[in-house]
Design a protein around this ligand. Structure first.
Ligand SMILES: Cc1cc2nc3c(=O)[nH]c(=O)nc-3n(C[C@H](O)[C@H](O)[C@H](O)COP(=O)(O)OP(=O)(O)OC[C@H]3O[C@@H](n4cnc5c(N)ncnc54)[C@H](O)[C@@H]3O)c2cc1C
Length: 412
């Protein structure tokens, strides 16, 4: 049988492409190498699925993606955040908007997002073939003529949509297969790198801070003492470094090659400048308790207090009234400029996304069609486009998948 459209990869981008193209009447086969669809989708948002960011103006949304944002603008005008919310809500998914515009299903279940797709795939009679790993794509000139599965079955279609994702969390199935095929067919690849990853740092007190979570801290990134980036948000100390949304977002601007020249300074209390913090410390030290360890509880958590005393070399048993101005200023410095030398970025195993991918100059932004292979469309994380935490990366998948699905139907 010859299909109108064959889609390789049953993640968010492939699912959306399949539903849209089949809804328009195309005969569609969706090929997924895992035994089930959407493995990574089910992990998103800690199993709750932060499915988009509620920023409905395409320009404002695109601006948050960084320098390559322009690429997505036309597609966002066709199927942006508003249309995505309509898509899910009209199919029965109740949503809730949380802080920083993050959108989740009201049920807090990523499985409910996947269920919307499985229902729609059935309704529009998409042929879903799980446990079907594609091993080869066969081109003739500027066209794909067929694909070959691991068991040597061949799939023939008029148009093909490639949505095999990046290389991060490879256990979910995203093992970078698409990159290889794209290169073979003459596309340029921007080197795939782990992104939105925990940041590993050099410090001998990390175990003491493991699990400490800071809300609305500020991370300042320095290269050779020059500030190069700054991000505010929630941060979590892991046994090896920093994670949490602000640290993950900061990892996007970190060049792993230059990592040894970089330091991060944490501002634990960005709402107070150094002067105001010193005043607050003075007040805390004169209030009630006698030993300094009992006077800081309003300002810092017990976990961090111990490290603070260690690094400042202030004896926690010391009477607050005996703390010198110099000691106080040391505490202020540690709280405002807590310096950590960077060691590495966690690798693909722990990266939420892969940056890099197929060069955007080789993709028609209005259709997601390859400019090199005339019956190939590309969507999702395979594209050299990514965003910060907060639902932006799934929106890239919904938008590019929808547009790829619709355009492939129109390509006769
Ligand atoms: C832990 C975690 C949490 C995340 N949380 C969020 C979040 O809350 N919000 C957000 O916006 N983003 C989040 N992301 C990012 C988001 O999940 C990805 O950007 C998104 O899944 C990419 O979708 P995709 O369809 O491009 O690729 P993928 O989801 O990677 O899907 C690709 C599919 O292709 C299949 N495949 C690969 N090779 C072959 C082959 N040879 N043959 C057949 N099938 C193949 C794979 O098995 C896979 O199912 C998170 C990522 C992780 C890892």
């Amino acid at each position: 049988m010859k299909y109108d459209i064959a889609i390789i990869g049953g993640g968010p981008a492939g699912l959306m492409a399949a539903v849209r193209s089949a809804e328009l009447g195309a005969s569609v086969v969706l090929l997924e190498k895992n035994v089930c669809l959407g493995n990574k989708l089910l992990l998103t948002g800690g199993g709750r699925c932060n499915l988009t960011a509620n920023i409905q103006d395409p320009r404002v949304f695109a601006n948050r993606l960084g320098p390559k944002a322009k690429f997505l603008l036309s597609a966002l005008h066709k199927f942006g955040v508003k249309e995505t919310l309509d898509f899910f809500q009209s199919r029965g998914l109740a949503i809730q908007v949380e802080d920083n515009n993050r959108v989740f299903p009201a049920s807090n279940k990523a499985t409910d997002v996947l269920a919307i797709f499985t229902k729609a795939l059935k309704k529009y009679q998409v042929e879903v073939r799980t446990s079907s790993a594609v091993k080869k794509i066969v081109n003739q000139g500027k066209k794909i003529i067929k694909i070959v599965l691991a068991d040597n079955q061949e799939i023939v279609a008029d148009n093909f949509i490639l949505t095999t994702g990046g290389q991060s969390y490879p256990q979910t199935g995203s093992s970078g297969d698409g990159y290889k095929w794209l290169k073979q067919s003459g596309h340029s690849l921007i080197e795939p790198k782990p992104s939105l990853t925990p940041i590993l740092v050099e410090a001998n007190f990390l175990k003491d801070l493991e699990g400490l979570s800071l809300s609305e801290a500020k991370l300042n990134l320095y290269q050779n003492n020059k500030k190069i980036s700054s991000i505010s948000g929630d941060v979590v100390f892991t046994g090896t470094g920093l994670s949490g949304p602000a640290a993950l977002d900061l990892s996007r601007v970190i060049d792993p090659q230059a990592i040894k020249t970089l330091t991060v300074e944490i501002d634990f209390l960005p709402q107070l400048d150094a002067l105001a913090l010193d005043k607050k410390l003075q007040q805390a030290l004169t209030a009630g308790a006698k030993q300094i360890k009992n006077n800081l509880s309003g300002l810092v958590s017990p976990k961090f207090r111990n490290v603070l005393f260690k690094l400042s070399q202030i004896n926690p048993e010391k009477k607050s009234s005996l703390i010198s101005r110099e000691e106080r200023l040391t505490l202020v410095k540690l709280l405002k400029n807590f310096k950590l030398k960077l060691k590495a970025l966690a690798g693909f195993e722990r990266a939420m996304i892969t940056s890099g991918g197929v060069a955007l100059t080789e993709i028609d932004a209005r259709t997601m069609r390859s400019k090199i292979i005339s019956n190939l469309y590309i969507g999702g994380e395979l594209l050299d486009l990514d965003g910060p935490t907060g639902g932006f990366n799934l929106q890239i998948c919904w938008t590019s998948g929808y547009v790829a699905g619709e355009s492939a139907v129109e390509n006769k």
